[in-house]
Write a protein that binds this ligand. Structure first.
Ligand SMILES: *Cc1c(COP(=O)(O)O)cnc(C)c1O
Length: 389
């Protein structure tokens, strides 16, 4: 009989790949779920022939199943799992050396901004933050020592769109390494490697894990040579994901498509409803007509995602809303089965000076709604009472 793990064709549809990713059946026992190899080291049966795995930092079968899984989903060559999204991002930036310069999306994730401006700057890795919706700004930021370009699209929390294909093509001409944080879209909605990006990063803590119960990060490389460099860093830095978390993440990822479909359907309805609500000053969602990046987003992504940001009008109104909602949890993070309402001015972007925040549209009235799997009519009824209160 054909071994189930040999029946994989790259031409399967995404939903099928999510379930049959190539390592889902245990080779040794046929178990229907990847076993948790909770071992730090492996016996050498024969000193002349070192075992396939010798130490779990360098390679663990459970983690490797996850790593091949994300590589398949992103359409890349090699995948790597890390202890958090920031651990993945830190490892990726250490592909650079002292004296190198990187161009970065200006409204990048707060932790990425902090890493670049308080840690990597001390190692003489320089960065320039630019509005990547404006191609000319990206070109103008290029210096003789520029080695890489880091994108995040849609950006957080105002969901600005970067033209991935155009920037990746320019970067290739300039021989710059391109990296992209694909956390908000996931490979179900957006596959940057197919658009010319070299390295894709995820905070798998969000949609990929999907249940607010695991912290993890992932990297996928487009080619083998870059994969070997990331592997050396992952092993050298020791930024690996643990075995239990690797298993839990795979458990969550199997339902990625059905979760994303349901949450996105609700997010579209919520964004439309908010845009018609008199108590809401502004709505940010790439699926809304009038979003400046809608067309570009539609050329590079298969969906709009499940995160909707909106301006309640003032800081006072936003704080009142946060106190009145009954269904979403009020917290940082996003991409879970439960809806999550965040308040950037006091949570993720609190460290940013008020003027800088204002210039980036992160007003005191701005809230970010990550739509979960609850019934959309309940979510809208809940927001109705919270906005009226
Ligand atoms: C949460 C997040 C990160 C950081 O991931 P952790 O798992 O929290 O370390 C990076 N990028 C984006 C876009 C995020 O939302």
């Amino acid at each position: 009989m054909t071994h189930p793990n040999d029946r994989h064709a790259g031409d399967r549809e995404f939903a099928t790949k999510l379930i049959h990713f190539g390592a889902e059946i245990d080779e040794a026992t046929g178990a229907s779920s990847v076993p948790i190899y909770q071992a730090s080291t492996f016996h050498h049966f024969d000193l002349e022939q070192p075992p396939k795995h010798d130490y779990s930092r360098s390679g663990n079968p459970t983690r490797e199943a996850l790593e091949s899984y994300i590589a398949l989903l992103e359409g890349g060559t090699r995948g790597f799992a890390f202890s958090s999204g920031m651990s993945a991002i830190s490892t990726a930036f250490l592909l650079l050396s002292a004296g190198d310069h990187v161009i970065v999306t200006e409204d990048v994730y707060g932790g990425t901004y902090r890493l670049l401006t308080t840690v990597l700057n001390r190692l003489a890795i320089e960065s320039t933050f630019v509005d990547m919706t404006d191609f000319e700004q990206v070109v103008a930021a290029r210096r003789p020592n520029t080695k890489a370009l880091f994108m995040e699209t849609p950006s957080n929390p105002t969901l600005k769109i970067t033209d991935i294909r155009r920037i990746a093509a320019w970067a290739k001409e300039q021989e710059l390494l391109t990296m992209l944080d694909n956390t908000f879209m996931t490979p179900y909605h957006q596959r940057p490697i197919e658009l010319g990006v070299d390295l894709v990063i995820h905070s798998a803590t969000k949609f990929l894990g999907g249940h607010s119960d695991v912290l993890a990060g992932l990297i996928v490389t487009a080619d083998e040579a870059l994969g070997r460099r990331v592997k050396a860093l992952q092993n050298g830095l020791g930024t690996v994901l643990g075995t239990q978390e690797s298993w839990l993440l795979m458990r969550g990822m199997k339902t990625l498509q059905v979760r994303m479909e349901a949450s996105e359907r609700s997010a579209r309805k919520l964004a439309q409803w908010l845009s018609e609500h008199p108590g809401v000053a502004r709505v940010y969602y790439p699926g809304l007509d009038g979003h400046p990046g809608k067309e570009i987003h539609e050329r590079q992504s298969q969906g709009y995602g499940a995160v909707v940001s909106f301006d309640a009008g003032s800081g006072e109104k936003a704080r009142r809303l946060l106190g009145k909602v009954r269904i979403p949890i009020v917290a940082v993070s996003l991409g879970a089965v439960e809806s999550i309402l965040s308040y950037p001015a006091m949570m993720s972007h609190a460290a940013m000076p008020a003027e800088v925040r204002a210039a980036r549209g992160i007003t005191d009235g701005l809230v970010r709604y990550s739509v979960g799997l609850e019934d959309i009519d309940d979510l809208i009824r809940d927001l109705t009472q919270a906005l009226e209160a």
